[in-house]
Design a protein around this ligand. Sequence first.
Ligand SMILES: Cc1cc2nc3c(=O)[nH]c(=O)nc-3n(C[C@H](O)[C@H](O)[C@H](O)COP(=O)(O)O)c2cc1C
Length: 142
Amino acid sequence: MKKISIVYWSGTGNTEVMAQAISKGAQDNSEVKLVKVEDANKEDILDADAVAIGCPSMGAEELESEYMEPFIASFENIDLNGKPMILFGSYDWGDGQWMKEWDERMKDYGANILQEGLITHLSPEDEDIHKCEEIGKKLSNI
Ligand SMILES: Cc1cc2nc3c(=O)[nH]c(=O)nc-3n(C[C@H](O)[C@H](O)[C@H](O)COP(=O)(O)O)c2cc1C
């Protein structure tokens, strides 16, 4: 069975709903670990066959600073060695700049970004949920 990890931070639950939908999409043919970044460790990323990482746009187009930013920074000097990865998260008033930068950053760290990070405006709607489930399927079929 493929091992899929979904690591996320969510303050008001929007990114969490996305994470749960990705998990649902991946569940049929893989073993899924859905974990809050507060409880995650590096092995959740390094030992998985494919990963999704989620965080809303915070600060000024930045990752959440207390947990997600240090977690991501901890991979800077570890070669992710082509780890299949898709990023996701919710935003409000911005234009998705945080996600573009995050995709590029993870490519620089050696991840194999399978598709542009999925962004949803505030609370995910049915169409967004569907896209999340498709991400789960894509990761589990890698
Ligand atoms: C402190 C703070 C900073 C934020 N900064 C941005 C921002 O720079 N750009 C943006 O589009 N949305 C920003 N937002 C809006 C959040 O990204 C949005 O509310 C999102 O849905 C939160 O996701 P969550 O429910 O998973 O926490 C910010 C929200 C907060 C609370």
